[in-house]
Ligand binder design. Structure first.
Ligand code: ATR
Length: 290
């Protein structure tokens, strides 16, 4: 039922999500019903991929329209594009690849940061009230854990909103490289508990620590969480990670990874179909599947 196999025909547009692991991905559960809902002739499949370049080569004759990229292939995906939009290039990672219809060129985009930053701003506005002009991130200390594709997206997104960015990563060299690009500060993840604190800090996790099946793991000790007013976790399986549960217990506002996912799904749906996303339908489908 998910893939509507009886409906697949010569004009069906093929899409997929490329990752490893991939079985946890909610994307097929979202796009297949949404395509059907708006009457779009398309399917969306999960692909467990080791090597992106080999995969794209093998499937190059397939008439696909677009792929989503997830852990750990967002950076490899970018290297396989013919053209990359400027923000994705700066981030160094893509979340979405579209095959341009008239010449078959592979176009890379990154829409990760749009959804995450919007959800974090919304959470802060709920805490502090809205300001007409400034982003609630402006001038704020924004700590990003992780320096992979999602970490870069969050760091650039927060920087663009005027936040002061701190990058905390297991591998210090990667934290330093990203921090330099966003004129921020770098720190080793395991030392984050020693980091000086100030009022109103925001914490964003983009590491895979706490992702199913390792749900009993968290990237930093519970005691540290009391220093933050809002904690965001990019992980969305499980929805309530240990990090978010402990942040809630420490009195912080929390923003689920599902919000990032929902917002980027709207953008990707439009990229794939050239149709406006059925937003409430997508929210309802996700609510049923979480
Ligand atoms: P994504 O594109 O989703 O950001 P990624 O590029 O594979 O995925 O990045 C994964 C991030 O999770 C990295 O910052 C990685 O840290 P390293 O740079 O040190 O590899 C982090 N990460 C993965 N497993 C981790 C673990 N067990 N402890 C701490 N950090 C981890």
């Amino acid at each position: 039922d998910l893939y509507n196999f009886r409906l697949i025909g010569p004009n069906t547009k093929v899409h997929g999500v490329i990752g490893n692991p991939i079985s946890h991905s909610k994307s097929p559960h979202l796009y297949n019903p949404a395509f059907k809902f708006v009457g779009f002739d398309g399917i969306y499949l999960p692909f467990l991929v080791d090597n992106v370049s080999h995969f794209l080569h093998t499937f190059s004759s397939l008439d696909f329209v677009g792929y989503s990229y997830t852990i750990p292939h967002k950076e490899d995906g970018l290297r396989c594009c013919d053209e990359v939009d400027p923000i994705a290039k700066e981030i160094g990672a893509i979340s979405c690849m579209i095959k341009r219809p008239h010449d078959g060129k592979l176009m890379g985009y990154n829409v990760d940061y749009l959804g995450a930053i919007a959800a974090i701003e919304e959470g802060l506005a709920e805490l502090n009230g809205r300001s007409k002009s400034d982003s609630p991130l402006s001038g704020r200390l924004f700590v990003v854990m992780g320096a992979g594709g999602a970490g870069k997206a969050l760091a650039y997104g927060a920087k663009a909103k005027g936040a002061r960015v701190v990058v905390a990563n297991r591998t210090f060299a990667k934290a330093k490289e990203l921090a330099e690009k966003v004129r921020g500060e770098a720190i080793v993840l395991s030392e984050l508990d020693k980091f000086h604190s100030e009022e109103g800090m925001v914490l964003a996790n983009t590491t895979s620590v706490g992702m199913k099946p390792n749900i009993d793991h968290t990237p930093l000790p519970k005691e540290v969480l009391k220093h933050y007013c809002l904690v965001f976790d990019a992980i969305y399986t499980p929805k309530l990670t240990r990090l978010l549960r402990e942040a809630q217990e420490a009195g912080a506002a929390i923003v689920y990874g599902t919000e990032m996912f929902i917002n980027q799904a709207f953008v990707q749906f439009q990229n794939f179909t050239n149709l406006p996303a059925p937003k409430q339908f997508i929210r309802d489908v996700l609510a049923k599947n979480t």
